[in-house]
Design a protein around this ligand. Structure first.
Ligand code: SF4
Length: 381
């Protein structure tokens, strides 16, 4: 049976974090949450009629947001039951839910587990109350620590912690302290990002007027280099630029994205990638609900990817992972002539030490990982 990943976007949070540019609304009332859930069900019931979605097996389901842990466990059970009407679930289906510590307690995460969730992705971001306040997070250190202490007891097979570095006035020692703190709980998976934000978020103004308070690019590289070594010593595999896992605990849902696998995204602002076609739902909640109510498709953007940009994107997505990309894969997917142009670029990057060539496989070197965005730009040009 042809495999598929499914992403369910839940766009509500307790309040907006100061760096966030995800599609999320500070709405906590249950009526809105339930109305939205019903609208997404409606969208699913339409989409499953599409020929390309018939007879698919879900290998991963990801409840992301927003803050899906604002949902009640019975809502999650309802969502999973609803999906099971239309799709078979693979026997090893990975069902991830993003969780913010201030929205759950032991009982709630236990009930999510019973509803079928088998992986939690916990938005910690920092163990330092100063940084939590700066980022505008709703969770306190106490709530974070409580959740991490409970999670082992609830026996989630897989769970992950998100952390952010390169925060204002963050010293190297403070960053090291963050990592030592998280290691106390032995998370099977860690996602580590540097702080980035778009001109649309409140932190942008702060950064504009205080450019000198953030760690420099050299310091950022030092922080990241250190964390790679520290986590490798603890047995973590650096399997994607921002992701580290204990063996077997990689996020299958995200691996599917990086391997150019197909996925269906439902809910406001969700992206899909099906049969070489990329699609996006409207980013406006009001518009999403209105369109569904009027019986209209919420898709507002579609493109059939042409071979050339897709080739570059495909290389970049694969290079994000430790597996990298092989020449035989590229030749099987794309015209030889176009592949050869990109291979010249990869060869050059490998001579410069940013990429390692092993047989017919190319993957990022340690030096390349630290400047990955520049490398990717080079491949796109
Ligand atoms: S909790 Fe996540 S989605 Fe919600 S505002 Fe904060 S960063 Fe954005």
């Amino acid at each position: 049976m042809k495999q598929l990943s499914l992403y369910f976007h839940f766009p509500f949070c307790l309040k907006r974090c100061r760096y966030c540019d995800f599609v999320s609304y500070p709405r906590r009332d249950r009526y809105t949450h339930l109305k939205y859930k019903e609208a997404v069900f409606q969208e699913v019931s339409w989409r499953v009629n599409e020929e390309m979605l018939r007879g698919r097996e879900l290998s991963t389901i990801y409840l992301g947001g927003g803050t899906p842990s604002l949902l009640f466990p019975e809502d999650v059970e309802d969502i999973l039951n609803y999906l099971q009407h239309f799709f078979a679930f693979s026997p090893s289906v990975e069902i991830t839910m993003e969780v913010n510590p201030e929205t759950v307690n032991r009982e709630k995460i236990d009930s999510f587990r019973k509803a079928g969730v088998n992986r939690l992705s916990i938005g910690v971001q920092s163990f330092n109350p100063r940084f939590l306040r700066f980022l505008g997070r709703s969770s306190s250190l106490e709530q974070i620590e409580n959740l991490l202490l409970q999670i082992e007891k609830v026996r989630y097979p897989y769970w992950s912690v998100d952390l952010i570095y390169s925060l204002p006035w963050q010293s190297f020692e403070e960053w090291q302290e963050e990592i030592e703190q998280v290691l106390i709980y032995h998370p099977p998976h860690l996602s580590i990002y540097n702080l980035t934000f778009s001109p649309l978020v409140p932190l942008y103004q702060f950064a504009k007027y205080h450019p000198g308070v953030f760690p420099s690019p050299e310091e950022e590289a030092l922080y990241f280099e250190w964390v790679i070594e520290r986590l490798e010593k603890e047995g973590y595999k650096h399997y994607e630029i921002s992701n580290f896992s204990q063996p077997g605990a990689e996020c299958q849902h995200n691996l599917n994205y990086w391997r150019e696998g197909e996925y269906l995204g439902v809910g406001v602002s969700a992206w899909s990638y099906l049969e070489g076609r990329r699609q996006k739902n409207t980013s406006s909640l009001k518009n999403y609900l209105k369109r569904i109510e009027e019986g209209k498709n919420p898709l507002t953007f579609q493109e059939k990817l042409e071979s050339y940009p897709k080739l570059a994107e495909d290389i970049i997505l694969h290079l994000r992972t430790e597996e990298g990309i092989t020449v035989s894969y590229l030749l099987a997917q794309y015209e030889r002539e176009k592949v050869e142009v990109k291979l010249k670029c990869l060869e050059y990057l490998s001579q410069e030490g940013f990429i390692i060539k092993e047989g017919d496989r190319f993957y990022l070197s340690k030096k390349g990982i630290l400047v990955a965005n520049q490398i990717f730009q080079e491949i796109l040009d």
